[in-house]
Design a protein around this ligand. Structure first.
Ligand code: TNX
Length: 519
């Protein structure tokens, strides 16, 4: 079934012109050793694609598509084509080639997610992390806890300014969520294309929408509504056993919905010192000999990890949870967002690591210094930065390099309010990251740019609203409305600060360390 669906990407090829016998033979064979590798042979007698798994075949089909005219990327087929005679033997350098789409800050419906998956698959990305929950929205139906969506999935207004600026609001309500059926459809659509959908449920911070629905899960308990502004909030779930049981039940339903071997539970930017303002938590720490909120944080994450592991899955967290207690035994995959140094530290300690440093994988940052760029969080992160990125740093010990699962780009959507803007921010930077991730190394700019100019024909055929290399099309420009360009501080300094802070074990933004803000 899955194999048959793969062929929907390849338009019917007629043997009519006599150049090529049009059959594409797919063969599953153990002779290809890498589970995502493939071998594609185009000869006068026909086309043979071999791989040891359906995923391998999927990547081979995507490569084959790239040998065809751009029309192979259009929804309507064509008849006769010539395909160059060639043999391609290929396998990925990295096993985690990820994309994160933040559907919490702004919701993007299923229809768009499916389209995004198609485009990711065409670039051989194999993980889509859906950032499903945050202070500003809860986006997945959980039947055991209906208020998460009945209350948590909409907000009455949205800040349309940068988090550093005076908030100006659009008072149009915003919301939406994926039903259980939507999730089933997204997950299987992605799987057919070689992509695992990794759910992210933020804990214990970034939980404002969850706590608007169930205030009694908070610590300390307080009434709150779904956030309408951006930044870091004091929303924190309680680590006490009664709430923990709800979280386990919730994660069980998430694991029912998502077959992914990896379950992401956030762990970032949590103002965990809030726990010490909750008398019940203070008593609990006393009774259980827990020495301070960092120890409590480790305990909380370890118990989540054990629960997830007891269901045969692996926990993934942002690096904050690791940095807070590098000696923690919580088995997890560490997603290093604050820099590669914290990634190295985690790898040295034997954690599996996904490198997702702000520079160059935060695609919510400006793409250039050009004042025509629509408002973004900061930056820039240029395509050149992405090409120079080496996700298996050469100066790391071999053993640490072995612990790198791969890399991932992030599209956070505080300021990204439309589907076309998501595409603009994603492509072509993601084309560059796709090559970095597939090859496992930095990519030489000139040959890449040559390939890219041809590849843009394919993106045109797909109808993707990518950013042209020379700058935005007039209709993509910032203009004078709410997306008007504002100069941002150069984020390089901030990025270096974050990396240092993370490597030193600071949970950034912790007032305790006098680091109230990373700016
Ligand atoms: C940091 S990355 C965040 C996100 C924001 C992003 C904006 C991470 C783990 N936390 O919540 O959306 O910066 O660039």
């Amino acid at each position: 079934m899955r194999i048959q669906r793969l062929l929907t990407f390849v338009p019917w090829i007629s043997a009519g012109t006599g150049d090529v016998k049009g059959n594409l033979h797919l063969e599953l064979t153990d002779a290809i050793s890498h589970r995502e590798g493939y071998e594609l042979t185009v000869s006068e007698g026909g086309i043979l694609l071999r791989a040891s798994t359906v995923d391998g075949l999927a990547w081979g089909v995507q490569t084959f598509r790239q040998l065809l005219p751009d029309a192979a990327f259009r929804a309507a087929g064509f008849v006769a084509v010539r395909v160059p005679v060639c043999t391609i033997v290929d396998e990925p350098g990295l096993g985690w080639r990820g994309a994160l789409l933040d559907v919490a800050r702004h919701f993007f419906p299923k229809r768009f997610v499916l389209r995004y998956i198609d485009t990711l698959a065409a670039h051989k990305f194999n993980r889509l992390q859906l950032h499903l929950t945050d202070d500003q929205g809860w986006r997945v139906e959980i039947s055991r806890f209906p208020r998460l969506t009945s209350v948590g999935s909409s907000r009455d207004a949205t800040q349309v300014t940068h988090y550093d600026e005076e908030p100006i609001f659009d008072r149009t309500p915003h919301g939406g969520y994926f039903s259980r059926d939507d999730i089933a459809e997204i997950v299987s659509y992605a799987a057919d294309r070689g992509i695992t959908v990794v759910p992210e449920i933020e804990l214990p911070g970034h939980t404002g929408a969850m706590l608007a629905a169930y205030p009694e899960w908070g610590s300390p308990v307080r009434e709150r509504s779904v956030a309408t502004t951006w930044g870091i909030f004091d929303s924190l779930v309680s680590p006490l056993p009664d709430v923990e049981q709800h979280l386990f039940d919730l994660l069980d339903e998430v694991m029912e919905l998502f077959p992914s071997p990896w379950i992401h539970v956030g762990g970032d930017e949590s103002l965990i010192e809030e726990w010490e303002r909750d008398p019940r938590v203070v008593q609990f720490m006393k009774d259980n000999d827990i020495d301070g909120y960092r120890a409590l944080f480790s305990r909380f994450m370890t118990r989540l990890s054990q629960h997830i592991q007891s269901r045969g899955r692996r926990m993934v967290t942002w690096d904050d949870a690791f940095a807070s207690d590098p000696s923690s035994a919580a088995p997890s995959v560490v997603m290093a967002w604050r820099g590669t140094e914290v990634g190295r530290k985690a790898a040295d300690r034997g954690f599996e690591v996904v490198l997702a440093p702000v520079i160059p994988t935060y695609f919510d940052y400006y793409q250039s210094q050009d004042s025509r760029e629509p408002l973004a969080i900061g930056g820039p992160v240029t395509i050149q930065d992405v090409l120079e990125f080496s996700p298996l740093p050469v100066d790391w010990a071999e053993d640490s390099r072995q612990h790198v699962l791969g890399t991932q780009f992030q599209v956070w959507t505080e300021l990204i309010r439309s589907e076309s803007y998501v595409e603009y921010m994603t492509w072509p930077r993601a084309c560059a990251l796709a090559e970095v991730a597939w090859s496992g190394a930095a990519v030489e700019a000139l040959p890449f740019l040559n390939r890219l100019s041809e590849h843009m024909g394919r993106l045109d055929a797909l109808g993707v609203d990518y950013r042209p290399l020379a700058g935005p099309h007039p209709w993509q420009e910032a203009g004078t409305g709410e997306r008007r360009h504002r100069r941002s501080k150069d984020m390089r300094e901030k990025a270096e600060f974050l990396d240092r802070a993370a490597a030193e074990g600071i949970i950034a933004f912790s007032p305790e360390r006098g680091v109230a803000d990373a700016d």
